[in-house]
Design a binder for this molecule. Sequence first.
Ligand SMILES: Cc1ncc(COP(=O)(O)O)c(C=O)c1O
Length: 412
Amino acid sequence: MTTDPTAATPRSHPADDGTLPEGCGPSTLAVHAGEQRQKLADSITDPIVCAATYTFRDTQAVLDYVQHDLPREEYGRYGNPGERVLERKLAALDSGEDAVLFATGMSAIVGLLMAKLNAGDEVIFFDECYHRSREFCVKHMSRFGVVTHQVKVCDYEAMEAAINPRTRLLISESPTNPHLSVVDLEQFVQIGRRHGVETLIDATLATPYNVQPLRYGVDYVLHSATKYLAGHNDLLAGVIVGSKAALEPVRKLRGIMGAINSPHNCYLLQRGLKTFELRMARHNQNGQAMAEFLAAHPRVECVLYPGLPGHPCHDVARRTMRGYGGLITFLVRDADWRQTADVVDAVKLPRIGPSLGGVESLIEQPLVMSYHEVAPEDRQRFGISDNMIRLSCGIEDTADLIADMRQALDRT
Ligand SMILES: Cc1ncc(COP(=O)(O)O)c(C=O)c1O
């Protein structure tokens, strides 16, 4: 062997296919999973391939592709190279076999339901599931003959009792929004398995950093990637992770629906994911510290956060989750809606707006932001009170967020 490096024989790197060592942690996966080691032009970043269509060298190349399903692009509505990198990365983060990326979280759930359900089928929701998902089933799937049942969140007996031979899917969010209820995934999966019914968890608030529902045997995990996964309040996306076979019809339907991400959007999401683990650690830290601060403040009547020992789901959360995220819901003591709004208006760091999971903290009053058109008795049924505030802790310094919240509560 020569000792002169300039005389060494060229050889390909053994890990050129992007295969990672076994057992990598979430930060390594977020940075590297799904990516080729060497990329176009030897760039360290993936290219943004701006193409609506992809060309074939000759007719034989077309025949090879259509007859042998070769892994290459065809037309932009069926996918793009950036999206495939993301799907591999997101599947790896959730310990899943495959992932299908959608343009939004809502198009992901709509795509899954439309691909899986037929007229006469039934689905059962825990009632705290994201209200637009429930609305889609109740108002729209019903037009195609699909029946939706809703049972009280975490009432496993009621969920099992609602199953009949037409039931196809059990659906829950975990943790739920805005009440932060945490589903016991073992029980949830057991019910599904006992009756041969598939299960779906919307784990948007948890993210794969805090819980991986597929490891418990859940069939599909859904994320609004708009939130923590993208993390910067600058794009919309959604993903469903599960087995390749189960997701095949979902992928096919997405190609028809066209609910796909542009190459630029994919690049932004991939870039956001690079710091996913670091951001989640800070979101968890800020959420826990803020929840503890609020719980001790005399102006606060109640704090909903699964990391607090008083939360009804604390034991399940402690058993199944690594951390509890940045979202906190709290009630202002003896406050009407206007006095509650005064607290929202008095904070200086969190911006007022819907959504969650971004680096910037966001604050909102659910009554005003999302439930203003809902009748008071229905709001009561959904557990939305006039003095409720939802705070999404970003990644600002913990002490700054707490000092800001203290001045807002003390001043109003
Ligand atoms: C828990 C949850 N699931 C799904 C969605 C829908 O995601 P998107 O807004 O990306 O369509 C949201 C959005 O707020 C959400 O909070």
